[in-house]
Design a protein around this ligand. Sequence first.
Ligand code: GLN
Length: 265
Amino acid sequence: MTELLKFNWRNLFLGLGCLLLVIACNSYNPSVNPSAKTWKIATDPTFVPFEFQTPQGKIQGFDIDLMNAIAKVSGFVVQFESMPFDGMISTLQAKRVDAAISGITITAERLKTISFSRPYFKAGLAIATRKDNQDIKDFNSLKGKKIAVQIGSTGADFAKTIPNAKISTFNSGPEFFQDLLNGNADAVVSDAFATLYAIKNGKINGIKVVSELLTEEYYGIATPKDSLHLDAINQGIATLLSNGTYKQIYQKWFNIEPPKLPESL
Ligand code: GLN
């Protein structure tokens, strides 16, 4: 016992080692510690085919494959954390996660409070109606109609610009499509790719997409404002674009050639 209390170099090093470990563990703060190896990534797995759950509860999708591939080339491990889309921006602001990937459109409004990676997906909004609907064909025919949207989405922002529209908001895609099918809503304004995919793959029936794209949007991986992780994420995307992995993931989910992406917006 007295041996232990006596000064010796071995005890000093052990003590210092423990102290450093404690400091390292306590200082985990995603936005200031880019060397942390496991990154918490928020996602809302209700957005087929970008992020959704298998009947066994496994999260999969285009975004999931892309994020895992970025992690692989940039040398970190991903831990996905499911949460409702509407809460994601405030979760990022509070730095409770390292990043979020969830088909999040890069917008000027969002850039005021969070940061985005370079664009990783070209997207846009479209109008969907029940298959038997004949009168809704374009933006003008939405005037005064009942529109269902997802809370906090770019579709919800767009719906606000439709004159006299009666807007109802829902937490996720499956819910607003149900509202349309029930006959409560006349139309839905939502992300075209996700809607078209859900229709084509039988995830939703009795619905059609009408009109051309209403907007041109790009998805980005969102982080807390000016996160030190952004460099690694951007370099990861650049690597996957140049080494063919991005194209491979794109074709796996969409069966078509990916469009060219701008480096920034
Ligand atoms: N792209 C849309 C947005 O950013 C919707 C994304 C989603 O529903 N996951 O608002």
